[in-house]
Design a protein around this ligand. Structure first.
Ligand code: ATP
Ligand code: MG
Length: 484
């Protein structure tokens, strides 16, 4: 469950901005994104998960550019509220109907009203979301003679929204390309990576970019769960199927029919459960605990592990046949320290994410802060970076930049390697200069990594050999000067 809800406010009326800020400033758990026009609102809608849009009625905006009209198609489950002046009543109500908005507000409105309407609208969308999941489960269970009672309800895990994966590194770009190919197939996918590298986020991205996107994705954490409990969560159970089973339960495999099941920490399942899972992967058969009936379900399994399953197989702790089944596609997310190019974009993304929380305006981080962050070997990976940025945003001064003094001690104390000290982002440089110094840094890093094998580097970066040679000459890169 996400705990922060995002509200996008599109208006060029300062009174609307201040009323909304005032309304939601004491309420925790909201971030507000303000946009002055439809164009920027549409851009933000594509960048972040938005739960509610509050739009001022726009004059002179074409349908194609109208954020409220467009959001109805692209963000159907997002709540919409429309605001307009009293003398635009007819036009406003027509737009309200047309966009299936939750409520309209006639300007000027007060903060109390905004607070109530926003809360109600968010409750309404959450209920609609649960209703969709439950009615799907109910329909499945009614189709199914053995479930005579109410389904046990397995909303846990639920359908989560697709948050964008943010990256700039060639390593992640390559991984995302592989993930896109994998998404288009029906094969099981195994995602490996250290803790906090974004395995779950990638799994969701795959689901929402697959043909299964309109069916549910359910998640199950397999770590530290007893066999019986895991079996009933995934395969379901009938009443009395095991001690304490007081009602039937529709397992996640059936609840996610035509969708995806995400098995987190799959390395932790017992040898017995490995057999059950293997059978499911081979036959697609689901046998609820305590039932003789064999049912079927069509789900794609995406599993994740922060341990190497291959090593566990070698040690005889994980079945080889199951391992091969799970890794139809194998995606390995590199640790953050191996892709420092992602640190600036992730940092900016998290600054905006957390600064959006009511009342905080933070402009960004200074280049010194970035250098420290890029030099720190985040063992908790993106999650650790995210927590650090969240904390810095909270302590930074209103309207200022995040500076060295806001960093936690352990990060401020790391020594920045010389090649980074040189400053690939010169202060006060023009955009062109910044882009060039970034290009220079990326090229020298790739060349070093591939021991100056220019064909390999050219291929990897999508350049011709001549193109690469030109760039090497232009930036004066030399083999002995690299840090290989
Ligand atoms: N590329 C990315 N872009 C944006 N956010 C990211 C990215 N990678 C990770 N995150 C964020 O980092 C946090 C950790 O990600 P996630 O939970 O997917 O990691 P995980 O690999 O499943 O971790 P664990 O092994 O500990 O379960 C989440 O808040 C996620 O949104
Ligand atoms: Mg995880």
């Amino acid at each position: 469950m996400r705990n922060i809800q995002t509200i996008l406010v599109k208006s060029n009326d300062p009174a609307v901005f201040s009323t909304v800020s005032q309304a939601l400033s004491e309420v925790e758990g909201f971030r507000i994104i303000f946009c002055e026009d439809d164009k920027s609102a549409l851009r933000r809608l594509n960048e972040v998960d938005v739960d509610l849009i509050l739009c001022d009625l726009a004059a002179n905006v074409s349908e194609k550019d109208n954020a409220l009209i467009r959001s109805r198609l692209t963000h159907a489950s997002c709540a919409r509220i429309i605001a307009f002046e009293r003398d635009a009543m007819d036009e406003g109500i027509a737009m309200f109907e047309r966009t299936a908005s939750f409520m309209y507000l006639v300007k000027p409105f007060d903060a109390k009203l905004v607070k109530i309407v926003v809360k109600r609208a968010l409750e309404h969308t959450e209920l609609a979301r649960r209703h969709r999941i439950l009615s799907r489960e109910l329909k499945l269970s009614l189709d199914d003679k053995i479930f005579e009672r109410e389904p046990g309800g397995s909303v846990a895990g639920g359908i989560s929204q697709f948050e964008r994966l943010v990256y700039a590194s060639p390593k992640m770009a390559e991984l995302v390309e592989e993930a896109k190919i994998a998404a288009r197939t029906n094969m099981p996918i195994l995602i490996q990576g250290e803790t906090g590298t974004g395995k779950e986020l990638l799994a969701r991205a795959i689901h929402f970019n697959s043909a299964r996107m309109n069916s549910p994705m359910h998640s199950q954490n397999c770590g530290g769960v007893a066999d019986d409990a895991l079996h009933s969560e995934l395969f379901g159970h009938v009443r009395g199927g095991f001690p304490g089973a007081i009602s039937d339960r529709l397992g996640l495999f059936r609840a996610a029919d035509k969708g995806t099941v995400f098995l987190d920490e799959v390395s932790e399942i017992s040898p017995q459960f490995q057999i059950a899972l293997l059978r499911f992967l081979q036959e697609g058969e689901v046998k609820p605990l305590g039932s003789d009936k064999v049912l079927s379900s069509d789900v794609r399994i995406i599993s994740a592990s922060n341990k190497s399953l291959e090593k566990l197989v070698e040690q005889g702790r994980f079945r080889r046949d199951l391992y091969y089944r799970l890794r139809g596609f194998m995606l390995e997310i590199p640790p953050l320290r191996e892709r420092p190019e992602d640190i600036p974009v992730l940092t900016q993304f998290f600054v905006e994410k957390y600064a959006g929380v009511v009342g905080r305006r933070v402009l960004g981080v200074t280049s010194e802060v970035l250098k420290q962050l890029e030099s720190y070997p985040f063992s908790g990976n993106v999650r650790e970076l995210e927590t650090e940025v969240q904390r810095m945003v909270a302590v930074a001064e209103q309207g200022g930049y995040i500076a060295l003094r806001h960093l936690s001690d352990k990060i401020r104390r790391v020594t920045v390697p010389e090649d980074r000290q040189a400053g690939w982002m010169p202060e006060g440089a023009t955009l062109k200069e910044k882009v060039e110094s970034l290009e220079k840094m990326l090229l020298s890093r790739e060349l070093a990594e591939h021991h100056w094998n220019q064909s390999r580097v050219a291929e990897k970066l999508g350049l011709s050999r001549v193109g690469l040679a030109n760039k090497i000459r232009r930036y004066g890169l030399r083999r002995d000067a690299s840090h290989a």
